[in-house]
Design a protein around this ligand. Structure first.
Ligand code: ZN
Length: 111
């Protein structure tokens, strides 16, 4: 798949992470940004950021374009609660063309 979509949008409260694993505690922490509806995790650098409702909707549109099955309907802000997106890159690391790896996942406890 080779289409260019800019995934980057306005985000708040980046939580940097050096050990390159998803920081579960940061993921489950309540949102701090007034405009935040859910979080995104960068699959490359594992930075966690909060995203706005508009940005979250944009990512849902990208998932539609990629023809990825959505686990449920995401229409209201409340629908994004306990879900997060995994992005192939973020605005803190190098862009790549792994857009097809975009995913939305439910926050679950690590094993
Ligand atoms: Zn990143």
């Amino acid at each position: 798949m080779d289409f260019k979509i800019d995934l980057l949008g306005k985000t708040g409260n980046p939580k940097f992470n050096d050990n390159h694993k998803i920081d579960y505690l940061n993921l489950v922490k309540p949102l701090e940004w007034e405009n935040g509806v859910c979080k995104i995790v960068c699959n490359q650098c594992k930075t966690i950021q909060e995203i706005s409702f508009n940005y979250a909707n944009r990512l849902i549109q990208v998932l539609y374009i990629l023809q990825k099955p959505l686990p449920k309907e995401f229409k209201t802000k409340e629908d994004f609660k306990n879900w997060y997106f995994v992005l192939p890159y973020c605005d803190y690391c190098k862009k790549n063309n792994k857009i097809a790896e975009l995913e939305i996942k439910k926050i679950t406890r690590p094993n």
